[in-house]
Design a binder for this molecule. Sequence first.
Ligand SMILES: [Fe+2]
Length: 242
Amino acid sequence: MGSVCKDEREEVIQAWYMDDSNEDQRLPHHKDPKEFVSLDKLAELGVLSWRLDADNYETDEELKKIRESRGYSYMDFCEVCPEKLPNYEEKIKSFFEEHLHTDEEIRYIVAGSGYFDVRDRNEAWIRVWLKKGGMIVLPAGIYHRFTLDSDNYIKAMRLFVGEPVWTPYNRPHDHLPARNILKHLWTRRMLLLLESLLEYVEAFGSIIMITIMSSLVLYCCILRMYVVFVLKYQKTYKNTCA
Ligand SMILES: [Fe+2]
């Protein structure tokens, strides 16, 4: 029986730390043992994700809301497979070059599947597997790359704020402002996380103190009752003996 609180996004979006193997890039490249990454952890890196109704994207109100709230005015489709993409093998290799963009990269998978790899704070590769219905936003400045999986087919909706700029800046391009903005965002998120952790410790500390004080008061009451009882018993015993 599955968990009641299962995140339904995980049915179309999964993420894990990659191994260091140089085998075919289209393979999953799990570590041994597997090390999955939660979608919340991806969000801490600025990688946002949704699960949407890919069969009805034209009338989907949720997609409409996301586009309106984030200003994604531009939209087109990109299909990647050996039959439809000229110089397929060359292109797939170039998509796999580590790069960044100065704007968000937004992809909504309406058919097929593929891997978006992103670097975490410690430069480790996290592989994000997107299937039909999965949508992600990669923040500006994050180093990433893309590859098809072994099914060799993906059709993705590409979204953008205003006129699209797809320029990839291959690594290294650390001097670009987008890189500093991302690092600032990560630091802010870390500080917020630390702050909530301290609040939790503080609240937990108060609960411990209240528990100790209550136990101490209870202990004193029991001790007092015991002393009163013993004194009363001694007095009764002395009176009986006299
Ligand atoms: Fe990209």
